[in-house]
Write a protein that binds this ligand. Structure first.
Ligand SMILES: [Zn+2]
Length: 300
């Protein structure tokens, strides 16, 4: 449980802010129970099927980046994961955050690729820095285009044989015929027109409010990629006269000395913290232990 003083301070900062910039990362989804990306749980085992034992892999990301899988096996994991992302429920942390920010002036920047923020906030208020599983791009990439994959994911998932997609069904680029690739951070990740349009939308929001009372609310950013959200937030608070930094992060809740007077660090569970902020019961929240989630093979 978070102390009453900290909850009260964060409530005040939320209510008096002209603008709230939410930086949401893997901890947001982990606190909702979506841990299969880097943990061996029941969901992961369903997505990996027999590949878990065949290759001795223990999480979805490890399967995604493991080069021993055949192209068809890798696509089986990609398709099952993407289908799960389309069909799973909306995480409690996301529903609670939406309730907390209702009627407020906010913007969300996220490194999450699981589209959970899109369940509860309008697209115009979100920028995704590391892509989104619901889109594909050319793996080269030969052109600047990303493609909604919903319908193809559904039927291709049904075409998986054993634990592999038949080679001839692997999605191909409509321009050059190379295999497609999920539009998520990798060495071929496409940062084209679509990506830059979203980044501009985020920068415009920041620019508009830089002189105002801005609350930077960081939720669960890990230390694998602090340069996308955590460090820019700290830098802006350092430079902007009326900005405030709050981090809710069971693993990495710290603030630099330079902004300590305009910061709040909450090192507790995100789900518990959000419910306390809303005055809801935390009895049913299963506390999340971030310590057993660190996986150095993760790229984010
Ligand atoms: Zn192509």
């Amino acid at each position: 449980m978070v102390s009453a003083e900290k909850i009260q301070l964060l409530r005040e900062k939320i209510s008096e802010a002209d603008a709230i910039v939410v930086g949401g990362a893997s901890g947001m989804s982990a606190a909702s129970g979506f841990v299969f990306y880097y943990k061996d749980d029941e969901v992961y085992r369903r997505l990996a099927g027999g590949l878990a034992r065949k290759y001795g892999i223990h999480s979805m990301f490890d399967a995604f980046y493991d080069r021993r899988l055949t192209a068809g096996e890798r696509w089986a994991v990609i398709l099952r994961t993407t289908r799960y992302i389309y069909e799973c429920g909306t995480g409690g942390t996301y529903r609670d955050l939406a309730e907390l920010l209702e009627d407020r002036n906010y913007y969300v920047v996220t490194t999450n690729q699981d589209a959970q923020f899109f369940r509860v906030f309008p697209t115009r208020n979100i920028t995704r820095i590391q892509g989104d599983w619901r889109y594909w791009q050319c793996s080269l990439p030969c052109h600047d285009g990303i493609y909604d994959n919903h319908d193809e994911v559904m039927w291709l998932c049904d075409a998986i044989c054993g634990d592999a997609l038949p080679e001839k069904l692997i999605p191909r680029c409509p321009h050059c015929g190379a295999p497609m690739e999920p539009w998520v951070r990798s060495h071929v990740f496409l940062q084209g027109k679509f990506y830059h349009r979203e980044m501009k939308r985020y920068r415009d929001f920041l620019e508009k409010h830089r002189q105002g009372k801005v609350l930077f609310l960081e939720l669960g950013v890990g230390m694998m990629t602090p340069m996308f959200i955590k460090e820019p937030f700290m830098n802006m608070v350092y430079q902007w006269p009326h900005a405030f930094y709050a981090t809710v992060n069971p693993q990495h809740a710290f603030v630099p000395e330079e902004i300590a007077g305009r910061s709040l660090a909450i090192g507790d569970d995100i789900a518990v913290t959000l419910r306390q902020l809303l005055g809801k019961s935390t009895a049913e929240v299963k506390p999340f232990d971030g310590r057993d989630l660190f996986n150095p093979s993760r790229v984010y």
